[in-house]
Design a protein around this ligand. Sequence first.
Ligand code: NAD
Length: 504
Amino acid sequence: MSMINATRPPLSPKVEAFLARGDQKMLIGGEWTAALSHETFDTLDPATGAKLGGVARGGADDIDRAVAAARAAFDTGAWPAMLPQARAQLLWRIADLIEANIDELAELETLDQGKALYVGRWAEIPGAIAHFRYCSGLAQSIEGASINTSIGYQPPGKEMFAYTLKEPVGVVAAIVPWNSPLVLTVMKLAPALAAGCTIVLKPAEDTSLTAIRLLELIIEAGLPAGVVNLVTGLGSEAGAALAAHPLVDKVAFTGSTATGRAIIDAAKGNFKRVSLELGGKSPVIILPDADLDLAIPGAANAIFFNGGQVCIAGSRLYVHHSIRDKVIDGIAAYAAGIKLGHGLDQSTQMGPLVSAKHAAKVAEFVNDARGAGASISGGGETTGPNGSFIAPTVITDVRPDMRIVREEVFGPVLVVQSFDDVDAVIAEANDSEYGLAASVWTESLSNAHRLAKRVKAGTVWINSHAMYDPSLPIGGMKASGWGRDAGKGVVDNYLETKTVCAVV
Ligand code: NAD
């Protein structure tokens, strides 16, 4: 079929032992448990299609008991009332344990998700550690405000005191996707824990393994039973039951825009608080004065990192017509040099996509573009022993109304368009239902900041793309979501404001 060597290198003894223990269980109220139905589903190595093991297929009845455990830990447990410094210490300890086990976690993540090992080992899991440490600090800086009111009708001789209290919102449903499972899970768990909430976590069905290992580390760190619970299972079963559960106070969701809409509907029953990190179709704009030694590899990495399975991937490239051919040739050459293989092979730069099913979906997008008259260079077709690889693909000769320009592909597929003037490119960049991220490449300070202001996106990078830090708010405008998942305001996603108004 192809020249890709997807053979799996030998596993470490720790990961061998993790897989050898049989069907993976869920964590409910501090106990590792099978699903009440005793059903499991298979999790696969996407590179080869080989079964890695069975995972508990949690159902609505398992969600009921996980929510009950989280409810009890919140309503009568020690966690919400714990001194902030004690909570902060526990969060820091979780970070230390992730760091001490980073090689095992990175290996498991690659095995389950497919990504090249370096992506997890050197970018995403260090990001997860940083996130826990950052939120450890936030746990100690939650504060309300004292308020000087102008209410004139308090009884004679009395005074008015008013202030706000910040209180944890309660039981949080954390529902996360498969593209960067560990770090995206931590981006929910760390701020929710900092706020004093309790949690039921539902990982994506394709990638449950690092969530299971993370929860073991969280228990080892000393979190009380029931504070974090894990139900593995399908979105249509466990996910839907969790999002609709009447005893859940808040849903923190990362995933597709379509599922985000279903979450909003499910949350209506008891008016759950909802934060949503959804899809994107992020523009990368290269102006004629850009430093192309930076911009060409930068634009290539913006789309090909993690096989393009990144919400903030720079999937729409707008390049000034005067440098168009040079940039396209440069990106195509960069793409052709990317080595595909099993993610655990140290020389691999891009692994398979998360599943053969997802790769087929990506290939279908490319086919549709071809049928609509676009030119395709590079991959665009499924390949490898399991049909799960797609080589980096560059698409030109497109029109703004094509599906490939408008919809999120979530694969290593770049769509290139050119422009003549800045006003035109801003209009085109903003002509999208999404508004997650963007990057601008230019040596002109004034153009850089003017464009940053005019592009409708939650984050705009200048001469870079996808720079991540827990101190930088990340999240989307328009159909890319509600709220921000990092930055010092992130704990507010998990807090209620109570106003206290006293006549004394
Ligand atoms: P998805 O929406 O299919 O699934 C996400 C999670 O939701 C999974 O755990 C799934 O089991 C669950 N789910 C599915 N149906 C559900 C339902 N009806 N009710 C409750 N839960 C349900 O998304 P995906 O394909 O796993 O992930 C890819 C998407 O995630 C892309 O659109 C990507 O852009 C987005 N994403 C966004 C960000 C961000 O920060 N904005 C980050 C990463 C990924």
